[in-house]
Design a binder for this molecule. Structure first.
Ligand code: NG1
Ligand code: ZN
Length: 534
């Protein structure tokens, strides 16, 4: 195998003087720099699969909401979860090895991790619609061939579809089977669950879906063949920004990131006042909703809103089903969640909230500690996870009334509708549509559940972001010394003030978040903290 790896590696030389890092979203950069990285990630996938006794590992090639000329690669663990933390460092080590040391580092990892090279290794992979995808797939294939890894190429998929298929592959034929191992199986599972969850209801009006001109467009069109739409009740979906043939339009003036950061609808949207809209990102693992309110203008219904909506609906169902005392329902957020949403969950819904560092893997992990764990980042990454105990209760509890039976059936349907492996724009959208249909809500009623505190997020370029070290789920700076005390002092002067600063995990910058009672105070606080860390 050594000579095979060496020969293959020579076709994918590492760019000199480049330091790579497996970050919160895997490796991500200009696609032109990524060839050697993808090859080496293929080697890591083979090692990881062998380490886990030949379980299948997923490899996704995507750069999500980033511009078309970027690309990225990340690994998916057998149950569809993000790669285990310690393996991020092994991936980084192999990605940075000198060309002549690739085999040496590969073997040293094998030895250190006690991996039997004779164990089978298996990988499934897919990519988004970026033009650089096929060439990067070739680099991955070279690594899979060199390591004697079995593989399945799923071609174009959304990131959450690949997570789903990874879990299905590893649970096939077991009592924990997560679904049929095919793209069609994904649509069928979601379609059936949506029909059951909707119970013949229909959402008010239509929803305009902006697919960021990414892979979510064709996949949503396919999903629509499996769900009730228009005249059969269900949901009336209007797709916009679904052009995947012009590479340059991907994420351009559209998509979840554009809408969230610019706080406005994509210019291509023709939705009228009070009409529900949502935007996916380029690989369809993020979703945010919004609408135009004739009185108050653009209204964003972000990840915090989706989390509160889901927690309130599922919390009510658990009570109606007579399971409230048995099942622990909770919400997981990051420090970027609006303070008003946290207060709403704790005070109005009466549910616990846990705060974790940024990055879905932390939220996901914390959510699994609840029986029903709802987690979302404010930017629209998130899902709901159910414990084995919850799933068992949904299917075995004897209903004592028709209302209980109905609540239990809705809970079972939701457990199938929600992609529990990772945040999934398609599945999250159907979840929101289901809840709005049950409540007969327009986006206006949803928006009125609580009032966001005015807030500001600022990106601050600093000489060295690595000097900023935070603790307490990134809400408290321990270094540089004294900075937190000065920050606290500034915050104390603002009514309802809250602010924190942390080094970004994906960009060379420090992010400052601030909220306060009024717009001008939030802006003022953010700029004062930005000046403090600069
Ligand atoms: P960083 O750059 O570490 O703030 C950003 C987002 C995260 C998450 C990651 C990975 C904000 C404030 N941060 O992280 O929520 O989405 O990218 O994708 O939106
Ligand atoms: Zn994404």
């Amino acid at each position: 195998m050594d000579s095979k790896i060496l020969t293959a590696s020579s076709k994918h030389p590492k760019p000199a003087d480049h330091v790579f890092q497996y970050g919160t979203a895997g490796f991500r950069m200009k696609a032109s720099l990524l060839d050697s990285v993808v090859f080496r990630v293929g080697l890591v996938a083979a090692l990881r699969s062998r380490k886990l006794g030949g379980q299948t590992i997923g490899v996704m090639i995507t750069a999500s909401h980033n511009p078309p000329e970027d690309n990225g690669v990340k690994l998916v663990d057998p149950m569809g979860e993000m790669l285990e933390n310690s393996w991020e460092a092994y991936s980084t080590e192999l990605a940075n090895a000198k060309d002549e040391d690739v085999v040496k580092v590969y073997r040293s990892l094998e030895e250190k991790l006690k991996i039997n090279p004779d164990t089978a290794s298996r990988v499934i992979y897919a990519r988004d619609t970026r033009p650089s995808g096929p060439k990067l797939v070739q680099a991955l294939l070279d690594a899979l061939h060199a390591t004697g890894t079995e593989y399945t190429d799923y071609k174009l998929l959304t990131t959450p579809q690949l997570h789903y298929l990874t879990r299905c592959t590893n649970t096939e034929g077991t009592p924990q089977s997560y679904g049929e191992v095919s793209e069609k199986g994904y649509y069928e599972k979601l379609g059936k669950a949506f029909k059951r969850a909707m119970k013949g209801k229909k959402t008010v009006g239509s929803v305009t879906v902006d697919c960021a001109n990414g892979v979510g467009g064709p996949k949503l069109a396919e999903l629509l063949k499996y769900i009730p739409t228009g005249s059969d009740g269900g949901v009336d979906i209007k797709i916009i920004n679904d052009d995947v043939l012009k590479a340059e339009v991907l994420n351009h003036e559209c998509g979840a990131d554009y809408v969230k950061t610019k706080q406005r609808a994509p210019p291509s949207s023709k939705a009228g006042n009070n009409e529900r809209c949502c935007s996916f990102d380029g690989d369809a693992d993020r979703i945010i909703y919004y609408f135009n309110d004739p009185e108050h203008g653009f209204r964003l219904l972000d990840g915090d809103r989706i989390a509160t909506l889901a927690a309130s609906f599922i919390g009510d169902l658990a009570r109606e089903a007579g399971l409230a005392s048995e099942l622990k329902v909770g919400v997981v957020q990051t420090a970027y969640a609006n303070g008003a949403s946290t207060k709403y969950v704790e005070k109005t819904l009466g549910l616990p909230v846990v705060c974790t560092p940024t990055g879905v893997k932390w939220l996901h992990h914390a959510a699994t500690k609840f029986d029903v764990g709802v987690y979302f980042e404010a930017n629209g990454h998130g899902t709901v996870v159910f414990s084995q105990q919850a799933l068992k209760a949904f299917s075995t509890k004897e209903p004592e009334s028709p209302a209980q039976a109905s609540a239990l059936e809705t809970l079972r349907a939701l457990a199938d509708l929600i992609n529990q492996t990772v945040g999934d724009a398609l599945s999250d959208m159907l979840l929101v549509e289901t809840i709005l249909a049950h409540k007969s809500w327009t986006p206006k009623e949803w928006d009125l559940t609580y009032t966001d505190l005015p807030n500001r997020l600022v990106r601050v370029e600093v000489a060295d972001r690595n000097i900023f070290k935070a603790t307490n789920a990134e809400r408290t700076l321990v270094e540089p010394q004294g900075t937190q005390a000065r920050l606290d002092q500034l915050v104390s002067k603002f009514k309802d003030g809250r602010s924190f600063a942390r080094a970004s995990g994906t960009e060379d910058a420090v992010r400052v978040y601030a909220e306060a009672a009024t717009r001008s105070e939030a802006d003022d606080l953010a700029s004062k903290i930005a000046a403090l860390v600069k």
